[in-house]
Write a protein that binds this ligand. Structure first.
Ligand SMILES: Cc1cc2nc3c(=O)[nH]c(=O)nc-3n(C[C@H](O)[C@H](O)[C@H](O)COP(=O)(O)OP(=O)(O)OC[C@H]3O[C@@H](n4cnc5c(N)ncnc54)[C@H](O)[C@@H]3O)c2cc1C
Length: 510
């Protein structure tokens, strides 16, 4: 919904453009330090790269080969920090790397794993070890007899974005979706920023502008600000396929390929295996990205070279694709382009307002990236408070003792509830589930069931607290029910959303 005209007249400290993980991370950190913050996202939160990742909070074992020690150290330490901040959406994950001596020698992998174990602070995650596979029980082809095991974490990427957006709002920030920044100009020490939503164009004033537009970062500087970007951006496509699970158990596999790249096979939503990712140079419009035939064949081939269970195109139940907005370091090989982030602060004349642009970055390091952004902005906002996000729990992690206990509490409140639904809610909402279940005393109070245990009450909560507007917002970014919904069930959800939105408008008019 459009903000009030009083808010349009105010001069914000910070206007953040882009509602991916980096934009919401910066908005959240800044709001918690007492700055007045406005964020606009042209589509939905996490609509692009931040929901198309491999969903890992990881140090990036492979980046050690490219000597990215700064990034790996920071990312390794962040695993433990983020695990504590949001244990409902982040879980420890053991990775198995089958040993292929002709690809990487054992001493090299052991050295890498030694660094991995000790480079960053590790408190709860287990260290690495050797593994030997029982040919009877192993899901891997029988010629693979040994390997290595180490720890990283899995995350619900889109929900990490939503939780940061919620926390930013709770700290006083204003965040709007379906609102595109179409231009900004400097005027007497401030930015005049033009935003376009469904109702038309309006203007916001701000002392500093943060360009967190991910794959659009360089184009935004050229087209909307009429300036030259300080750095180039390399767009590198990465895609995943989802198939019915290839093996039992809760461990992931990191598969080496003979082109030097690696592919993950990760247990996904109990029922599936997520296989990805690829690294292909991308030159088209990031809005239109889709998995290519080459990528599908590549992922199927790597999977079949490792697992006993063979797959073909017919086994694919879903695919998704994203572009990594990487800072161009002029590497020849897309896999070797730095995964680290660069922040560019520009202020051409003394009286000019500040522009901070984000190049690159990973989900894993979003919090540290936001802290760096605050550090760079500090000289212009001397009143800003100190860093706070390291120990602050994200929404839903408050009073959360364990997921098992939360599931029991949900069942105490609603004894007739299905176990799988209680599990889904506990992981998605953490303790905020009780906000959703306010005034709910029995299953009837949940309202109409659209399909697959998605009830009206949950949809209302997602509209009121999580900016959900369309069926796609709910099915792919607030939940992962998109894996289950058919075309006609999705239509039913759209109808329900139209009805609920109309009701909201009537209530507001009354
Ligand atoms: C295949 C793949 C796998 C990955 N796997 C991992 C992983 O496992 N772990 C990890 O840590 N990282 C991973 N990453 C990296 C990570 O996903 C990205 O670095 C991160 O999501 C980038 O976030 P962002 O906020 O910079 O960009 P985005 O998420 O793309 O957000 C930018 C937002 O800006 C908005 N925007 C653009 N222009 C405008 C405008 N003019 N006005 C308003 N809004 C605008 C866009 O709509 C978009 O939502 C992976 C990336 C890819 C592609």
């Amino acid at each position: 919904m459009r903000i009030s005209s009083a808010d349009q007249n105010k001069v914000y400290d910070l206007l953040v453009i882009g509602g991916g993980i980096n934009g919401v991370g910066i908005a959240n950190d800044a709001a918690g330090r007492g700055l007045s913050v406005f964020l606009c996202e042209k589509d939905d939160f996490a609509a692009h790269t931040s929901s198309a990742s491999s969903k890992l909070i990881h140090g990036g074992l492979r980046y050690l080969e490219h000597k990215e020690f700064r990034l790996v150290r920071e990312a390794l330490a962040e695993r433990e920090v983020l695990l504590k901040k949001a244990p409902h959406i982040i879980r420890p994950l053991r990775f198995i790397m089958p040993h292929q001596p002709h690809l990487r020698p054992a001493w090299l992998i052991r050295t890498g794993l030694f660094f991995y174990d000790y480079l960053g602070k590790r408190e709860t995650l287990a260290g690495s070890n050797n593994v030997f596979f029982d040919p009877e029980k192993s899901p891997l082809n029988n010629e693979i007899s040994r390997g290595f095991e180490y720890s990283d974490c899995a995350v619900d990427d889109a929900r990490l974005v939503i939780l940061n957006a919620m926390q930013a709002r709770e700290k006083g920030a204003t965040l709007v979706t379906r609102t595109q920044c179409i231009g900004a100009k400097k005027d007497n020490g401030i930015w005049l920023v033009d935003l376009q939503d469904q109702q038309g164009i309006y203007r916001i004033q701000t002392k500093a502008l943060v360009n967190a537009t991910g794959p659009w970062v360089a184009n935004f500087i050229q087209d909307q600000l009429a300036q030259q970007p300080e750095y180039g951006i390399r767009l590198v496509q990465g895609s995943h396929i989802i198939v019915e699970k290839l093996y039992d158990g809760d461990k992931a596999f990191i598969l080496q390929n003979n082109d030097g790249r690696i592919v993950f096979a990760i247990p996904y939503l109990d029922q599936y295996t997520l296989i990805g990712t690829t690294d292909q140079e991308y030159h088209a419009d990031p809005n239109q990205i889709e998995i290519t035939d080459f990528e599908i064949d590549y992922l199927i081939r790597v999977s079949n070279e490792h697992f006993k269970k063979q797959i073909s195109r017919e086994d694919i139940v879903h695919t998704f694709s994203g572009v990594r907005p990487l800072c161009d370091d002029e590497s020849d090989n897309p896999s070797a382009v730095t995964r680290d982030y660069t922040l560019s602060l520009s202020k051409q004349e003394t009286n000019d307002p500040v522009l901070l642009s984000v190049f690159g970055g990973k989900l894993t390091t979003y919090r540290k990236l936001a802290e760096s952004a605050m550090h760079q902005l500090h000289p212009y906002f001397k009143q800003m408070r100190g860093s706070w996000t390291k120990d602050a729990l994200l929404p839903g992690a408050e009073d959360l003792e364990s997921i098992a206990q939360l599931i029991e509490k949900i069942k105490e409140k609603l004894p007739e509830i299905d176990e799988l639904l209680a599990q889904r809610w506990a992981h998605q909402y953490g303790t905020r589930v009780f906000e959703m279940l306010r005034n709910v005393h029995n299953l009837t109070d949940l309202g109409e069931e659209i399909a697959h245990q998605l009830y009206e009450k949950e949809i209302e909560y997602l509209i009121d607290f999580e900016w959900a507007i369309s069926a796609q917002d709910i099915l792919w970014r607030r939940t992962k029910l998109g894996m289950k919904f058919t075309y006609s069930e999705t239509e039913d959800l759209e109808q329900c959303l139209i009805k609920l939105h109309r009701l909201r408008v009537k209530e507001q008019a009354a």
